[in-house]
Design a protein around this ligand. Sequence first.
Ligand code: SF4
Ligand code: SF4
Length: 456
Amino acid sequence: MEGLLEGGKTGKRQWIYPLIRKGPFYKWRSWISYFYLIFLFAGPFIRINGQPLLLLNFIDRQFVILGQVFWPQDIFLFVLATLVAIICIVLFTIAFGRVFCGWICPQTIFMEMVFRKVEDWIEGDAKKRKKLDAGPWTREKIVRKTSKTFVFIIISFLIANIFLAYIIGSESLIKIITEPIAQHIVGFASIWAFTIVFYTVYSRIREQVCTLFCPYGRLQGVMTDEHTLVVAYDEIRGEPRGKIDRKHDAPGLKGDCVDCGLCVDVCPTGIDIRKGTQLECINCTACIDVCDEVMDKIHKPRKLIGYFSENMIHTKEKPSFTVRMMAYSSVIVILLSVLSYFIFTRSDLDVTVMRSAGMLYQEQKGGYISNIYNAEFINKTDQRKSFILKADDPSIKIQYIQAPGVMEKQGSVKAVFFVLIPASKIHTAKTDVHLQLVVDNKVVKTVTTEFVGPIN
Ligand code: SF4
Ligand code: SF4
């Protein structure tokens, strides 16, 4: 086997020099990655109803997903969406293994479809890269290594900018870029901090993100089973492996694997898929492409390595959309439907009311008892809104200590107020009060809050 790993027996990290082979799967992955990269880089600038496609502003606790704004008050929706996403990933993994890692994960896309291609372009293929690394620091090596570092830093810088745009929004990013650095020290430092992180990940840490650090990768063992479709080697067909020796090989003595080692040479995580399904396999399909190439050359059927479940190899179970997969898919559809229902039926105008902590009731003129409340009014629309807060019972009055004014578009406003109830209407220590938020003469939300009073 022509191994392109090094340092294996020394206890040091094996630096991997994967060969690139442009088979059908690689071409598909390339097309998906082009689409994905365009989408990823354009994402912060795409607007839906004036809102970004995706904004995860943890600093100001503002989140926008597909143009829908989520405020801290919508946290339950955010938690629900996160839960749904986790369940979807788990169910998808049970059915289809680590396919997400090979086809969609940004780590793989950037590593294999961006940085690896740049490296291949500047330093040459795997053999040349290995030779270059092992050789002395000649002028050529200095030029190639410097060029690669320079291009890697530029790409890392671009990714850092986009990454930040998803957190602070494209407008804020443009300000950091176009205005004097002194006005945006933190933003500027963040861009360079992310640049260093991305550069380190893609130039040094590389596949170890998938094999050592990624928790999703570590969980594969408990999520997959003998029905899960993964990239696998058909050992029944391939073994016993061995080089072709047409003169001495008796028909049927050897399996179809010619032990060329190419499936190991192309593997970006440096594993030998013939040893069985391993946690390190990111299902990138590189070994399928290269083995198909070998099978074509020796006139054997393709897919000695392919998408198989353990049962497909050992019990010849047919690949099909099984009842189990249908059940998982149904659960995913139901969860997504429930989530969509909550998202699209939530109100664009909202209010939260809380009785001031530690305060009891006050006796007011005219036979009223009062409690103090804090409220926050939220306007998720693109228009300024004036509003009224009133009780559903006309005998209950509201008196502002701090009046809220109007709700600015995409804004929130706070208020502090008394709720006054005629003492004659209070019969228990705690009374429920129903407050209505009225906008454009329409009750858009009713909240129930607790009123503390004397027992008559
Ligand atoms: S590429 Fe195919 S034939 Fe070559 S060693 Fe791997 S499994 Fe065997
Ligand atoms: S074993 Fe094959 S599919 Fe898995 S990571 Fe290696 S090359 Fe990719």
